[in-house]
Write a protein that binds this ligand. Structure first.
Ligand code: AMP
Length: 217
């Protein structure tokens, strides 16, 4: 299976799409945001450093992120292919990742850019709720994505929570970080000939079908 990198602004649907593709193909799922939230929950040194940056909508240092990725992609669930959800986010991370792939003898795979309007992404972020236990993502205002029972996870039956960085104010800062630091990766991967573009449709199934076409091409 081709490894996948999702390149997209915050709240474009990387997490949801990853969940759906993991279920269909059995990919390993690597979300650097989830890895960092786990470090915060476990009150580790990395977690302490990351917490305030994330609350302010700023990026965590490239060194920390590379360390997390290096430890994660060698795990057994990534042997047959994995999805990178939220990494790389800077040109330096992309360069370091290329070096890591060379060292491990792994392939880059395909980079899928999810195109979304800033206003739509902001609305999605502000109405996103997640399960603190299994990480499943819901959306209060989407018929497709709202939980069966108001505010509760369908699978774990625990109360859903809003991410600390999903406020309107923090979203704007995260979006700015994305434009300044992540957007240059669009050209970087386009020049390598590995970039594909899909739209963030209102229906997650439509977006999923577009991604499947690319993967099975
Ligand atoms: P996400 O869950 O992907 O939206 O990420 C949440 C937050 O974690 C981001 O706003 C950053 O503060 C931090 N983060 C996640 N991935 C990275 C990365 N590759 N580089 C730097 N910071 C990151």
């Amino acid at each position: 299976m081709k490894n996948i990198i999702f390149l997209a602004p915050p709240a474009a649907g990387k997490g949801t799409l990853s969940e759906m593709l993991v279920e269909k193909y059995g990919y390993g799922h690597i979300s650097t945001g989830d890895l960092l939230r786990e470090e915060i929950k476990n009150k580790t040194e990395i977690g302490k450093q990351a917490e305030s940056l994330m609350k302010e909508g700023k990026f965590v240092s490239d060194e920390v992120i590379i360390e997390l990725i290096s430890n994660r992609i060698t795990k057994s669930d990534c042997e047959n292919g994995y999805i990178l959800d939220g990494f790389p986010r800077t040109l330096n991370q992309a360069l370091k990742y290329d070096e890591l792939l060379d060292r491990l003898g792994k392939e880059l795979g395909v980079v899928i850019y999810i195109n979304i309007d800033k206003e739509v992404a902001m609305k999605r972020a502000c109405s996103r709720i997640t399960c603190p236990k299994c990480g499943r993502i819901y959306n209060k205002y989407s018929n497709e994505m709202k939980p069966k029972k108001d505010g509760m996870c369908d699978d774990c039956n625990v109360p859903l929570t809003q991410r600390a960085d999903d406020s309107e104010e923090t979203f704007i800062k995260r979006f700015d970080e994305y434009v300044n630091k992540t957007m240059p990766l669009y050209d970087y991967y386009k020049n390598k000939g590995v970039l594909k573009v899909i739209e963030a449709h209102e229906s997650k199934f439509e977006t999923f079908n577009d991604a499947v076409k690319i993967i099975e091409d």
